[in-house]
Write a protein that binds this ligand. Structure first.
Ligand SMILES: [Zn+2]
Ligand SMILES: [Zn+2]
Length: 156
């Protein structure tokens, strides 16, 4: 494994808090996405922390909504999913798609069968290997969400 920061790390570092927004004190990373101030003890979140905290408090939420509420870009949320930092729960109405065969994925960029091949050819990082949902996507889609996400099984 190389130490070169992944695209995800580069994107997250753009909005990484450097100083405490409350007192200007020094921050230390307490957990992935969570930064605590040395001086006032307040916690500041980066984009990953914001999304994670939102999901912990609100449960599964369509990601345009997450993006609106947290202010984290849709592209960042997608990248978090593609790198397995977040996952879509089973029984969701939308999933990611394997970049190779197009099957539904809860996270990652490639399903395990396609990944094996690409991984052997050294084309992908192990962190983008995803997992298929145990149930097919639900079809009761909210029409407002259509076209905003990658729906699987959409009939044209
Ligand atoms: Zn502080
Ligand atoms: Zn595949």
């Amino acid at each position: 494994m190389s130490n070169i920061p992944s695209r995800l790390e580069q994107v997250l570092s753009l909005n990484k808090p450097i100083k405490c927004p409350y007192c200007g004190g020094k921050l230390f990373q307490e957990a992935t996405g969570y930064f605590r101030c040395h001086d006032c003890n307040e916690v500041t979140l980066d984009d990953y922390g914001k999304v994670r905290e939102f999901l912990e408090q609100n449960g599964p939420t369509p990601y345009p909504v997450i993006s609106n509420v947290t202010g984290v870009k849709m592209s960042t949320i997608t990248m978090l999913l593609e790198h397995g930092k977040l996952e879509i729960p089973n029984g969701s109405s939308y999933y990611l798609q394997c970049k190779s065969c197009g099957c539904s994925l809860r996270y990652g960029q490639y399903c395990s069968s396609c990944a094996k091949d690409a991984f052997n050819r050294n084309m992908i990082n192990v962190e983008v290997i995803g997992q298929k949902p145990s149930q097919p996507p639900k079809t009761d889609l909210n029409p407002e969400m259509k076209g905003k996400m990658h729906y699987i099984g959409k009939r044209r």
